[in-house]
Design a protein around this ligand. Structure first.
Ligand code: TXA
Ligand code: MG
Length: 322
């Protein structure tokens, strides 16, 4: 059952999300291997955040530029407090949204024991308490901090099912815990709380909800090309085909991804529901790849609520490829 990430030709185990599966998955992490697991946002590719050899395996499996720091996942607030120094505003956000789709960037404690490969040498750390029973079960079975970026090859679409993970990483990781489809469907919202709170990445918790909890406005990331979190590449979340945004109809040769009243070959949400659209987003992009679509037209999506995160991912999908 045990397998290691250091052999790219090894078998990737598919673990059931039961006690035996979680115990075996935790064993792979304890052995310094890589395990993909479901969170409420997307599947993460986990490694022991205290071991540089294990974390190096994440970068190798994803083919990820090594300057991109990783989010550390812990089971609860107490475990997060052992890693970072909380500010009053960070406590307010954690109390309102943890467990959940919110990542907080805070000063790293010198005694945290986190591998410098996780932070890419920064003095801050991104932490999150996921709200998914399988992620919680794995974190408790393992009993330590788990560094986990989305479980996809670098630059490709984030996975929201175990099948997506296997399509991108089979043979390159120790295993995947199959916990079904992710409910939120876009990555966590990232807020830098080292000083006055700043939104680094739109995500599964709407900025409006964060502002309500903070009682103050949250400065938004500017422009498409802005690298707001270190290593956030403009071309990211990319399907194989080119992407044209704000389309009302498909041009000849284009496959149309609809939303609300704008119909398509596929739709993010025929009802125009932004929560449903977020949950469907990456699955629709994977479907477009599977269809062999080489030109994709995407209907307009409103910018409020989860629309901000959806549009951020779509703009990255449409950005010029390097
Ligand atoms: O929903 C999610 O957040 C998923 C699931 C698996 O939890 N994870 C995820 O991780 O999206 P990843 O590695 O794909 O995105 C991490 C983001 C990057 O944009 C990175 O630059 C930023 O977090 N980040 C990490 N550490 C940071 C830090 N210390 N300061 C600022 N940004 C940081
Ligand atoms: Mg990612």
């Amino acid at each position: 059952m045990q397998s290691r990430n250091d052999n790219a030709t090894s078998e990737t185990a598919v673990f059931l999300a039961d006690d035996a599966g979680l115990t075996n998955a935790a064993k792979v992490l304890s052995d310094g291997g890589l395990v993909a697991f479901p969170t409420e946002t997307v599947y993460g590719l986990g490694a022991d955040a205290r071991r540089s050899d294990a974390v190096a395996g994440i970068y190798a499996a994803k083919g990820r530029p090594s300057f991109n720091p990783l989010i550390v996942h812990v089971a609860d607030l107490a475990a997060a407090e052992a890693l970072v120094t909380f500010t009053p505003q960070a406590y307010r956000l954690a109390q309102a949204f943890w467990p959940g789709a919110l990542t907080l960037v805070l000063p790293l404690r010198p005694d945290a024991g986190i591998s410098a490969l996780v932070t890419a040498g920064l003095t801050t750390l991104a932490v999150r308490v996921p709200d998914h029973p399988v992620a919680q079960g794995l974190l408790r079975a393992f009993g330590g901090p788990v560094a986990a970026p989305s479980a996809n090859p670098s630059g490709r679409i984030s996975p929201t099912t175990a099948a997506h993970v296997m399509a991108g990483l089979a043979g390159r990781i120790g295993g995947v815990v199959d916990g079904g489809a992710c409910g939120v469907g876009v990555e966590s919202t990232i807020v830098d709380v080292t000083g006055d709170p700043v939104l680094l990445r739109a995500g599964g918790v709407a900025a409006e909800a964060l502002e309500a909890a903070l009682g103050q406005p949250l400065p938004r990331p500017s422009g498409t090309a802005a690298i707001t979190a270190p290593g956030m590449l403009a071309s990211h979340y990319a399907p194989q085909g080119t992407v044209r945004l704000d389309a009302i109809y498909a041009r000849p040769g284009e496959v149309m991804l609809g939303f609300g009243p704008v119909a398509g070959d596929l739709s993010l949400s025929a009802a125009g529901d932004l929560v449903e659209a977020a949950a469907n987003l990456f699955d629709r992009l994977h479907q477009l790849d599977a269809m062999g679509a080489h030109a994709i037209a995407v209907a307009p999506v409103p910018e409020h609520g989860l629309g901000a995160a959806i549009n951020d991912r779509l703009r990255r999908a449409a950005a010029p490829r390097s």
